[in-house]
Design a protein around this ligand. Structure first.
Ligand SMILES: Nc1ncnc2c1ncn2[C@@H]1O[C@H](COP(=O)(O)OP(=O)(O)OP(=O)(O)O)[C@@H](O)[C@H]1O
Ligand SMILES: [Mg+2]
Length: 469
């Protein structure tokens, strides 16, 4: 088994990786790093949350020359939040080197970006549209680019960025190294690769399933108008550390976030119609746990890495299997466990089956939780908290008062009252959600086909490193 050292990583970077808590390379890192340091083009596919960012990020810093202070590498990402996150991860990896990465994305003051560009970042992490703006203004020149990385390339194609990507690649030198990374590899990516990559290595760390085994997957069959009450029950019973609730449309996300807030949950919504400032505030609050439920459209499905996300709720079933894989991949990251639960209306059941077939993983049906079960779940949590506190001790300050109380009230009533106070009783504040817009399957999705053609590469390379989950 390789270590970062045997992969030839320099000490400055190993020191940073140690600080980040990376002890050994993940399988995709182990296989991609040697190929990338050798300068080859690469198509890399590995399950969600398995460290693809560092797989391209580590070799990037190894290759940066500190001579001409020009932009030497560009990473393209489909969303602004991902640009920010990837730049942060790169800057952690490169913290002891001379090089740094700058995120450049739409919705942020362009003059401020131009000012940051004066600090001469060697790596730019950008959304395609904003990078094009800078190219037109000549505030970013791509003439010295040696490496281009397309993270989540298929999503950039879905979003209609193909022309921008072509122009960006066209503005970079032909000798550049081009790298493509995603958890899923639908067919249009193969076409893109054929056109822009030179004799690429294909590395796929693919287990039998597209999704990470550590993510438990369940669904509940339910009518649309019952979904919200059931979501609240699930949240009460399961008490996720952090959770993401995915809705189909922006309007749906707004309504859901409002409805959850009305019932006393610490929730907020994120989608593409909010101002960039607002999007960043919401995400920051979620990362800090100031809110613990993030209600989101597809904008949060790709690449987002937030520690502590224990539950994913698909309030609406995703459009296609890829979207499902990426959405639920926001949990179960870096070896952590997670639960993904999808609410499915009877009409959408065939679509769920199609997702199962494509991801090669059964999604378990669970019954609709009853209101009584929700209350029981809550009580169980209160008891757990109480017992935990008993174990933790440090109760001397309270014992005198407890004895006084026990002299006048019987112990069962007393404890019941304490539990009642600690239990979040179901909140039935009436809320109104408009009916869901019906599921529209992309024409290329093909879920009507009997034998779905998935368009995925067949796996050639199996994970060699079983110790990294
Ligand atoms: N070698 C490692 N050891 C421990 N943790 C790691 C290692 N490499 C990456 N991580 C951590 O694992 C998490 C997931 O990594 P990353 O975001 O790169 O996943 P990904 O494969 O790009 O997932 P996605 O397909 O969802 O974009 C991050 O928090 C990252 O810091
Ligand atoms: Mg990623």
């Amino acid at each position: 088994m390789n270590t970062f050292k045997t992969l030839g990583i320099s000490d400055k970077i190993i020191r940073a990786l140690n600080e980040m808590g990376f002890e050994e390379p993940t399988p995709i890192q182990e296989q991609a790093i040697p190929v990338l340091t050798a300068g080859r083009d690469l198509i890399g596919q590995a399950q969600t949350g398995t460290g693809k960012t560092a797989a391209f990020g580590i070799p990037l810093f190894e290759k940066i020359i500190h001579g001409p202070e020009a932009v030497q590498a560009v990473v393209l990402t489909p969303t602004r939040e991902l640009a920010i996150q990837v730049a942060e991860e790169l800057n952690r990896i490169g913290q002891f080197t001379e090089a740094h990465a700058l995120p450049v994305y739409g919705g942020q003051d362009i003059l401020r970006q131009i000012k940051s560009l004066k600090r001469r970042p060697q790596i730019i992490v950008a959304t395609p549209g904003r990078l094009m703006d800078h190219m037109e203004r000549r505030t970013i020149r791509l003439g010295d680019i040696r490496t281009v990385i397309l993270d989540e390339a298929d999503e950039m194609l879905n979003m209609g960025f193909i022309d921008d990507i072509e122009k960006i690649l066209g503005a970079t030198p032909d000798e550049r190294q081009t790298i493509l990374f995603s958890a899923t590899m639908p067919r249009p990516i193969q076409n893109l690769a054929r056109r822009f990559l030179k004799n690429p290595a294909l590395i796929q760390i693919k287990a039998k399933e597209l999704t990470v085994p550590l993510i438990e997957q369940q669904y509940i069959e339910i009518q649309d108008n019952q979904k919200f009450d059931v979501l609240c029950r699930l949240l009460d019973m399961q008490a996720p550390e952090l959770s993401i609730v995915f809705g189909r449309t922006k309007r749906r996300v707004d309504e859901l976030a409002e409805a959850l807030k009305k019932r006393g949950y610490l929730a907020d919504g994120i989608h593409g119609d909010l101002t960039q400032g607002r999007r960043e505030i919401v995400l920051r609050q979620f990362r800090k746990g100031i809110i613990d439920i993030l209600v989101a459209t597809e904008v949060a499905a790709r690449g987002l890495d937030v520690t502590g996300v224990s539950h994913i709720y698909n309030f609406d079933i995703p459009q296609d299997p890829d979207s499902y894989v990426h959405r639920i991949g926001r949990t179960g990251r870096a070896g952590q466990a997670g639960l993904a639960l999808t609410l499915v209306s009877p009409r959408e059941l065939s679509h769920l089956r199609y997702i199962e077939q494509t991801t090669k993983r059964k999604i378990d049906r669970i019954p609709i939780p009853t209101a009584t079960e929700a209350v029981e779940g809550q009580q169980r949590l209160a008891v757990e908290k109480l017992l935990h506190q008993v174990q933790a001790g440090n109760l001397d300050q309270y014992k005198g008062r407890a004895k006084e109380l026990l002299a006048s009230v019987d112990s069962v009533s007393l404890l019941s009252a304490a539990l009642k106070l600690m239990t979040k009783e179901p909140d039935t504040t009436p809320v109104k959600l408009l009916a869901a817009t019906p599921l529209r399957v992309r024409s290329s999705g093909g879920h009507q086909r009997k034998q779905p053609k998935t368009g995925y590469f067949t796996p050639k390379t199996k994970s060699r490193n079983k110790s990294w989950k």
